[in-house]
Design a protein. Structure first.
Length: 133
């Protein structure tokens, strides 16, 4: 089945093709760009969750903390992303965000302070520092 790209980016920051789509190999192919900062990576990972892009999520997860697989069989519908703060210093970064979702007719939220690391010029999600919700 071919990938059907949305017009609006799931992360809420504009058109998908100009926003997170440019980072997703499933959309951009071998010309996919690499996120230049932790906010771009966070947004592209949220959009990958919303679009079910397991390979992208695993590829952008640091090998030291990455799970062997992700199961999206019981995944919620992701509705909105709010980024409260994104900061980076050298090769370390943090993002404080809240992701809203719907599951079994109920709306929920996942708030987290996440840690990111840059290796060989590429940012990776490392781990949650603190789950806030």
């Amino acid at each position: 089945m071919a990938f059907k790209a949305p017009k609006k980016c799931p992360c809420g920051n504009g058109l998908y093709r100009k926003c997170c789509g440019r980072f997703h190999p499933l959309f951009a192919g071998e010309n996919a760009a690499v996120p230049k900062n932790v906010e771009q990576l966070m947004r592209s990972r949220y959009s990958a969750f919303a679009l079910g892009m397991v390979d992208y999520l695993l590829d952008t997860w640091h090998p030291s903390t990455r799970p062997s697989e992700l199961d999206f069989s019981d995944s919620p519908q992701w509705m909105q992303l709010d980024i409260y703060n994104a900061e980076q210093s050298g090769d370390e970064g943090r993002v404080h965000f809240c992701a809203y979702f719907q599951f079994d007719g109920e709306v929920g939220e996942h708030e987290e302070l996440s840690e990111f690391v840059r290796e060989d010029g590429r940012w990776y999600y490392l781990k949650p520092i603190e789950s806030l919700a």
